[in-house]
Design a protein around this ligand. Structure first.
Ligand SMILES: [Ca+2]
Ligand SMILES: [Ca+2]
Length: 175
């Protein structure tokens, strides 16, 4: 059964084919954890950052970006808060990267990089050996961030925004 109520097409020139609104009480997909209208997936397997990025996108999500203090606190709080039960002492790739311009950090989901939410480990990012362009949260260091070589195999966190409280645009969904 469709989760969405189709409301109609958006007129050209938009390439967005329709608007939809979530009808029922929304839940995250199985295996994902809900927090404040967002759904998070904490992997148990390990992948390189590009593999993890592609995997999240295949799941209609992105590597996690940190867009407010709650996400940062949650991701940095190892005491069993809901979304970080399996977070303690582990390292997870998030969407953080400076792949395009060295030293300019961005989120892979295109959300703004909010400077005051930066949460780097002491001495990081160091772009060690000029090879570190992907960002991770370091569970054993209170969730502080480190840059590491993108080829390193790490666990990863995917995130998508739930439809519960927002109007959602789904490009091409009627094709
Ligand atoms: Ca770098
Ligand atoms: Ca580093």
């Amino acid at each position: 059964m469709s989760k969405y109520l189709i409301l109609g097409r958006v007129s050209p020139p938009s390439n967005i084919s329709f608007l939809c609104f979530h009808l029922a009480h929304s839940q995250c997909r199985q295996g994902w954890r809900e927090y404040e209208s967002k759904c998070y997936f904490f992997s148990t397997d390990t992948k390189s950052w590009p593999e993890a990025n592609a995997h999240c996108m295949e799941q209609n999500s992105h590597l996690m970006s940190i867009q407010d203090i709650h996400e940062r606190v949650r991701s940095s709080n190892p005491d069993g808060t809901r979304i970080c039960l399996r977070f303690t002492f582990k390292i997870f790739w998030i969407g953080l990267n400076d792949l395009i311009v060295e030293g300019i950090w961005e989120w892979s989901d295109g959300k703004p990089f909010i400077e005051y939410l930066s949460f780097w480990m002491s001495g990081q990012p160091d772009n060690w050996n000029n090879t570190e362009d992907c960002g991770q949260v370091v569970g054993y260091n209170f969730g502080h961030w480190n840059d590491e070589n993108c080829a390193a195999k790490r666990k990863y966190i995917c995130k998508y925004i739930n439809c519960k409280e927002i109007w959602k645009l789904q490009p091409g969904a009627l094709k």
